[in-house]
Write a protein that binds this ligand. Sequence first.
Ligand code: ZN
Length: 72
Amino acid sequence: MAQQTLRTKVETYRIDKKCENCKKGIMYSTGRGITQWHSYWEHKCDGCGHIESYENISYPYTEYVDVKNKNK
Ligand SMILES: [Zn+2]
């Protein structure tokens, strides 16, 4: 049986997390994670070096949104 596939045009967004300490820098995942009940991912600010861990998410991440049909 042939597999049915769909092709949808999407717009791509990168979601960045602003540093809550200096309000200027961007938080980047250091790749280090702590897993207890949930996963915490360590992030470091590229501006002030502030370190913070976020639960179950790592920044930046990519989001896809369907491109709306503008002719409608
Ligand atoms: Zn900062």
